[in-house]
Design a protein around this ligand. Structure first.
Ligand code: PHB
Length: 395
C-alpha cells in the first residue's frame, strides 16, 4: 500500500526562497515504498531517437540491479517534451506536482532544460540531466540538486579546434542551429580553434529545428574554406550530412563536428557520413571490456546499437544507483545522497569519469572518424576535459 504525503517544512521553504528568489516552498516528500522516477524527454521530433536511447540506457542500468534503487522498487512516469522550450516549465511542473516524482530525469534540448532548471531550483526536486549541455545549469545557476551526466555544450568543441589545425585545416566555416546548444558549441570551438592559430571565415546558422540547408551550402561552396565545423544532432544531423554530400562538398571540404553530428544517425546518413571527423566523449570502437559488455547487453535488450545518448542514460542510472545505495533508498536524506553522487567515480562504457564540483563530468574527448557506419575512435583529442564552471557557487 502506497501512501504519499507531501511535507512542507518551514526551513525547506526558507531554503527555496533563498535559492530561487521566489517564495515557493521546497517539497520534501515522505518516503513511500516506490521511488518515483520521471522521464522528461523528447519522444517526437528531430530528437525523438535521442530520448528513447536515454530512457533505454537508464532502464538498463537499473535492470542490472534487479530494477531497484537502494532496495526500493521503482515506478516510472513519462512526458514527451517535444524539444519545445515553450512548454518546458509546464511539463516539468506536471511531473513534479501531479506525478510527485522523487527524481526528474531530463532532458535533451538546452532550451527545454531551462524550464526544468527553474522547476528544479524552485521545488528542490532532484534533477539528473542526461544530455542537454546548456552552460548555465552547471555555471552561474549551478544547484545542489542538479547533476549532469553528459557534457556542457562547449566540452566537445573545446577539443575540436586544436585537432583541426593539427590536420592543416586553418580556415573554417562554422554552421549550426541558432539556439543555446549551437551558440555554446561555437564558444568552445572559437576558443580552441583561434588559440591554435585557426581563422573562422564565417559563422552560419538557421533556426532550430529547420533543415533547409541549401542556401547555406551554396554559400559554403563559394567561401571555399579548408574545413567546415558544426553542431547538429538527431534527424537534422543526418539530413545535414546527406545534403553536404549531395552538394559534392564532402569531396573538397573536410567536415568536422561536435560528435553528436554522427551519433545514432549513421544508418540514416549512409555513405554521406563517410570520413566525417568529430570529437566526443564516446565512440563505437573503444574496445574496452567494459564497453564491449555494455554494447552486447544493450543490443540484446533493445535490438539497437547503443550510441552516446544510450551511454549518458546508462550513466544517469549508475549515478542514481550510487546515491540511492549510499542512503539505503532514503532519498530524503539529501545531504548524504548528494555527497555520494558528488564523490562518485562512474565506471562508464565511455571510460571512468568523475563529477566536477559544479556537477558536470570531467572526461576524455576522443577523435573519431566515420567508417563503415561506425564512429571509429582514432585517438584521444584531449584528456580530462572540464567545463569552466564559471560563476558556480553551490548554495
Ligand atoms: C542541447 O540542446 O543541449 C543538445 C541537443 C542535442 C545534442 C546535444 C546537445 O545532441
Amino acid at each position: 500500500m502506497t501512501t504519499r504525503r507531501i511535507v512542507l517544512t518551514r526551513s525547506a521553504a526558507v531554503i527555496g526562497a533563498a535559492s530561487s528568489g521566489l517564495l515557493l516552498p521546497q517539497i520534501v516528500r515522505a518516503q513511500s515504498d516506490k521511488v518515483r522516477v520521471g522521464f522528461m524527454l523528447p519522444y517526437t521530433g528531430t530528437f525523438a531517437q535521442l530520448g528513447v536511447a536515454i530512457e533505454n540506457g537508464f532502464r538498463m542500468a537499473l535492470n542490472e540491479q534487479g530494477g531497484k534503487l537502494g532496495g526500493r522498487e521503482v515506478e516510472y512516469f513519462k512526458v514527451d517534451d517535444e524539444s519545445n522550450p515553450a512548454k518546458g516549465i509546464e511539463n516539468a511542473t506536471r511531473l513534479v506536482q501531479r506525478d510527485k516524482v522523487d527524481v526528474l530525469v531530463g532532458t535533451v534540448h538546452s532550451g527545454v532544460q531551462m524550464g526544468i532548471h527553474k522547476v528544479a531550483r524552485d521545488s528542490g526536486v532532484l534533477n539528473l540531466i542526461p544530455n542537454a549541455g546548456v552552460h548555465i545549469a552547471t555555471r552561474a545557476q549551478c544547484a545542489p540538486n542538479v547533476f549532469r551526466t553528459s557534457f556542457t555544450n562547449s566540452q566537445p568543441t573545446l577539443a575540436l579546434g586544436k585537432a583541426m589545425v593539427a590536420n592543416g585545416h586553418k580556415k573554417a566555416v562554422w554552421i549550426t542551429w541558432n539556439y543555446a546548444a549551437g551558440d555554446e558549441a561555437f564558444e568552445g570551438f572559437e576558443q580552441s580553434y583561434t588559440a591554435a592559430g585557426g581563422t573562422i571565415v564565417k559563422k552560419l546558422g538557421l533556426p532550430f529545428p529547420n533543415v533547409e540547408f541549401q542556401a547555406l551550402l551554396t554559400e559554403i561552396a563559394s567561401l571555399k574554406p579548408d574545413a567546415v565545423a558544426c553542431f547538429f544532432a538527431g534527424g537534422g544531423a543526418a539530413k545535414f550530412m546527406s545534403d553536404y554530400a549531395a552538394a559534392g562538398l564532402n569531396k573538397s571540404i573536410q567536415l568536422y563536428g561536435s560528435g553528436f553530428l554522427t551519433e545514432g544517425v549513421l544508418d540514416a546518413a549512409g555513405d554521406a557520413a563517410n570520413g566525417v571527423l568529430t570529437t566526443m566523449h564516446y565512440g563505437d570502437s573503444l574496445n574496452t571490456p567494459r564497453d564491449k559488455q555494455f554494447r552486447l547487453d544493450y543490443a540484446k535488450a533493445f535490438k539497437l546499437q547503443p550510441d552516446v545518448y544510450a551511454v549518458q542514460g546508462y550513466d544517469t542510472g549508475l549515478l542514481l544507483i550510487k546515491g540511492a545505495n549510499a542512503v539505503k533508498g532514503d532519498l530524503n536524506n539529501k545531504k548524504a545522497l548528494y555527497a555520494a553522487m558528488e564523490g562518485a567515480v562512474i565506471d562508464s562504457p565511455r571510460g571512468k569519469w568523475t563529477m566536477s564540483k559544479a556537477h558536470n563530468p570531467i572526461q576524455d574527448m576522443y577523435m573519431r572518424k566515420v567508417e563503415k557506419r561506425e564512429n571509429k575512435v582514432i585517438g584521444v583529442a584531449q584528456k580530462a576535459v572540464a567545463d569552466s564552471a564559471a560563476g558556480c557557487r553551490m548554495g
